[in-house]
Design a protein around this ligand. Structure first.
Ligand code: MRU
Length: 323
């Protein structure tokens, strides 16, 4: 059995606390909607699809506590602004609030099924023998199971391709170093950790055959938001003629957004950047800016790998609208 970021058991949401990885595998047992909201805010669970599934169960817990559907929705919607999946999940739960437990399970299965399919469809685009670079963690931890960006890698390796993965450490939360490397190491997939600033170096040297990342929100024109630093990787990949793939379920597409310009970008506390290993790394009075995501224009995307097919940015709108 691969990694599972969360599951529902005996009326509780059980979450693998991702803040404590890779050192400790600790599970949190959450009983209330507000506890789930806090866990999302504090990044015990993170990654767009996993946030969505956690929120679906949080909604179901809220309904069991006697909150109204509006209260469940509002408590959970105020946690993190960028990941579209959070809102996709809440809209689904709101529509199905009269059967919340069953709806949460259904949403969960839908996301896991989508990621499995992304793996199957995306594996074909991975090199037969080569190196793939990824940013942040878009693995099982970010999606509950399989992953988005990591799913095609897993599937390709399982079907005999010889892949090596370059893992950006992903400051400031180090999702690459702490989470992606942990997932790959557990499965014996060959990888190297690099500092974020080394990605361009390896691309220019010709050592990277493809870049694959996840997404937090995709606009109808194919612009997308993902972990801060993704934009730079896309530009450098383009400059070096390297294919750049974005793997995401269609729950990440925002059907109400024409372009990426109005994607809400979460600003997180400056302390996440200024304090490293318990010590401040800059003068006390140095102000910090800490955007958690950036927007990559559609022109840098070779293809979106979704559960409904592999499409160009121009085709993404048709996929969501079933055309
Ligand atoms: O701040 P995080 O860790 O929630 O950000 C996660 C990412 O940016 C992932 O790359 C994205 O959600 C895609 S996850 C399948």
């Amino acid at each position: 059995m691969g990694v599972r970021a969360l599951w529902y058991e005996n009326g509780q949401l059980v979450l693998l606390d991702q803040r404590r990885l890779p050192h400790t595998e600790t599970y949190m047992r959450l009983d209330t909607c507000r506890e789930v909201a806090q866990a999302i805010k504090d990044m015990a669970v993170r990654g767009a699809p996993a946030i969505g599934v956690a929120a679906a169960y949080g909604f179901a817990l809220g309904m069991a506590e006697g909150l109204t559907p509006e209260e469940c929705r509002d408590v959970l919607a105020s946690t993190r602004p960028t990941a579209r999946d959070l809102f996709s999940a809440l809209e689904f739960m709101y529509r199905n609030s009269s059967r919340a437990d069953e709806a949460a399970r259904q949403y969960h299965e839908m996301v896991v099924g989508a990621c499995r399919r992304i793996g199957e469809l995306g594996a074909e685009y991975m090199p037969d023998d080569g190196c793939v670079l990824t940013h942040c963690n878009a693995g099982a931890l970010a999606t509950v199971e399989y992953g988005t960006a990591l799913a095609p890698i897993r599937h390709a390796v399982a079907s005999g391709k010889r892949l090596r993965v370059l893992v950006d450490e992903t400051r400031p939360w180090l999702q690459g170093a702490r989470l992606t490397a942990w997932e790959l190491a557990r499965e014996g997939i060959e990888h190297h950790l690099i500092v974020d600033n080394a990605a361009g170096h390896y691309m220019r040297l010709g050592e990277v055959d493809a870049v694959i990342v996840g997404a937090d929100r995709i606009a109808l024109n194919g612009d997308f938001a993902n972990k801060i630093g993704t934009y730079e990787k896309a530009v450098v990949a383009h400059e070096n003629g390297i294919p750049f793939y974005v793997a995401a379920p269609t729950t990440t597409v925002d059907a109400g957004l024409e372009t990426g310009d109005s994607i809400p970008i979460e600003e997180r506390p400056g302390s996440e950047v200024a304090v490293l290993w318990g010590r401040r790394i800059c003068p006390e009075d140095t102000p910090v800016r800490n955007p958690s995501f950036d927007v990559t224009p559609a022109k840098y995307v070779t293809a979106f790998i979704t559960e409904k097919g592999v499409v160009t940015p121009r085709e993404i709108e048709g996929v969501v609208h079933g055309r």
